[in-house]
Design a binder for this molecule. Structure first.
Ligand SMILES: [Zn+2]
Length: 130
């Protein structure tokens, strides 16, 4: 099982005060036992082990979830593929999930695909029949 995590990783240069810390947005698909703090620490550790010339080691300060969706299962998400060659009358594009074949529409530049009514029961969960 895996899940998507989305959080702000607060880091600072090694040995510098916390006031100098900055935030980086992290989005990753990880195993379901991974917590954002552990993930953030391992990112910093990896950075420190792979320093490029001129880079300074970093210290992990904090990891804070970005939204209530910080820990949703990656397996339950539809994999929306655009099916419209051109935008349909009504200003939407047709999408189809490559996992379960549910269809939906995305209006304008909205980031979200709205699932079609006949697939309504799959709205929050992809059965992932692939
Ligand atoms: Zn699906």
């Amino acid at each position: 099982m895996s899940k998507e995590i989305k959080y702000n990783l607060i880091v600072k240069k090694e040995g510098q005060p916390n006031e100098s810390a900055w935030s980086e947005e992290i989005i990753a698909i990880v195993g379901d036992v991974i917590k954002i703090e552990g993930h953030g620490k391992s990112l910093v550790s990896f950075f420190n082990q792979t320093l490029k010339k001129g880079e300074i080691k970093r210290d992990f300060v904090l990891a804070t979830p970005i939204s209530e969706y910080a820990e949703i299962s990656a397996k339950l998400k539809h994999d929306w593929q655009k099916k419209s060659l051109v935008t349909e009358k009504g200003g939407y594009d047709i999408y189809k999930c490559s996992n379960c074949h549910a269809t939906g529409k995305r209006y304008g530049v909205s980031a979200f695909v709205i699932i079609d009514y006949k697939f309504k029961k799959l709205e929050n969960e992809c059965p992932n029949t692939k």
